[in-house]
Ligand binder design. Structure first.
Ligand SMILES: NC(=O)c1ccc[n+]([C@@H]2O[C@H](COP(=O)([O-])OP(=O)(O)OC[C@H]3O[C@@H](n4cnc5c(N)ncnc54)[C@H](OP(=O)(O)O)[C@@H]3O)[C@@H](O)[C@H]2O)c1
Length: 317
């Protein structure tokens, strides 16, 4: 097996936030398979970490799809030659080869492409766990904020699949068509949280934006509603009037962090749920950009500058 591989690293002081460089492959632990990566998708989170990196040897990349080159030595997980999708919590995924715990990969059905599968780990699992936080969604309302984002567009579709009447918040009128293409949701254009719903409206709020939009979502929770906070894209702090929240009865606000969740329920448990929805044509992966990984730097900048909605997939050739 190759000792030196090409991989994506942070690029402090460079023209682009990340770059393709050469370095050593981390040798696998006994519970890890080695996967030859074919495609990966980008998330705002890891690009943010790359932007804040101080050294250029920091590898970047959570999501990948590829083929098992060497199965795990302990006998766990799929065999060599199996196509798999996975989540590298060590951020080593955007590379020719990645060593990965078998609890963090799942086999890809034949009808799902590498590109589709690669969109699922971070954005899809975050959306899935957020929607799973609420039971009894059928006939109730859900609010998904930041519905043009990677997590938001999966959460919008999963809330619809879960039976909720789903309101999808976007910032601009020209983004309405993007969320309407996700399914039978109700788009609401709001930058400041106005118009997002009356008090008592929502059984579920899934928020990755924070700021005034989250404040409005919490105010609009049903007495038994739950608000899942997974991101702070707009603002790190909010103001909440406690009295009406208290009198709401049993409304809850919960934090969500995929790293902690992955300790409780490994990605290998839940990736198959998303893959089966993609295979049956019920989940659209929202791929808006596809390119060779040689263009990673430019595409990463476009994602950080919000020049497109949905997901970007890079092919490792
Ligand atoms: N806790 C976890 O485990 C976890 C997991 C995944 C993601 N995250 C975090 O969740 C957030 C979203 O992730 P993502 O991958 O979905 O990101 P993304 O694809 O970049 O989407 C960001 C979303 O936020 C909106 N947005 C951006 N800036 C905004 C602003 N100033 N005010 C209002 N809305 C704004 C975008 O709308 P436009 O299209 O209009 O720009 C878009 O809908 C990130 O902060 C990420 O780090 C956390």
């Amino acid at each position: 097996m190759a000792d030196t591989i090409r991989r994506v690293t942070a690029n402090p002081g460079g023209e682009t936030v990340i770059a393709v460089t050469s370095g050593a492959l981390r040798q696998p632990f006994s519970n890890e398979a080695v996967v030859r990566v074919r495609a990966f998708s980008m998330n705002r989170g890891e690009l943010g970490r790359a932007r804040n990196a101080e050294t250029a040897d920091m590898q970047i990349g959570w999501d990948f799809a590829g083929v098992i080159e060497t199965a795990a030595a302990d006998g766990s997980g799929p065999q060599a030659g199996t196509r798999v999708v996975g989540f590298s919590t060590r951020m080593e995924a955007w590379a020719e080869l990645v060593s990965i715990p078998t609890t963090h990969i799942a086999p890809i059905p034949d009808t799902v492409s590498d590109a589709q599968a690669a969109t699922l780990p971070v954005a899809g699992l975050t959306a899935l766990h957020s929607v799973d936080a609420a039971t009894a969604l059928i006939g109730r309302k859900a609010l998904i904020t930041g519905a043009t984002g990677g997590v938001g567009m999966f959460a919008t579709q999963l809330a619809l699949i879960g039976g909720a009447e789903t309101v999808a918040q976007v910032r601009r009128a020209d983004q309405v068509a993007f969320v309407e293409a996700l399914g039978n949701c109700t788009p609401v254009v709001s930058e400041d949280g106005a118009g997002l719903g009356d008090p008592g409206a929502y059984r579920l709020v899934v928020d990755g934006v924070s700021g005034p939009i989250l404040e409005s979502g919490i105010k609009a929770l049903a007495p038994d509603g739950i608000c899942v906070c997974y991101g702070i894209t707009a603002a790190p702090e909010i103001n909440i009037e406690v009295r009406p929240f208290m009198f709401s009865g049993q409304a809850k606000v919960m934090g969500f962090y995929l790293y902690s969740q992955a300790e409780v329920t490994p990605p290998s448990d839940n990736l198959p749920r998303l893959l089966s929805l993609v295979a049956s044509g019920r989940l659209n992966c929202g791929i808006e950009r596809e390119a060779s990984w040689d263009e990673s730097g430019r595409i990463a900048q476009d994602l950080l500058d919000r020049k497109f909605s949905g997901k970007a997939v890079l092919h490792v050739r």
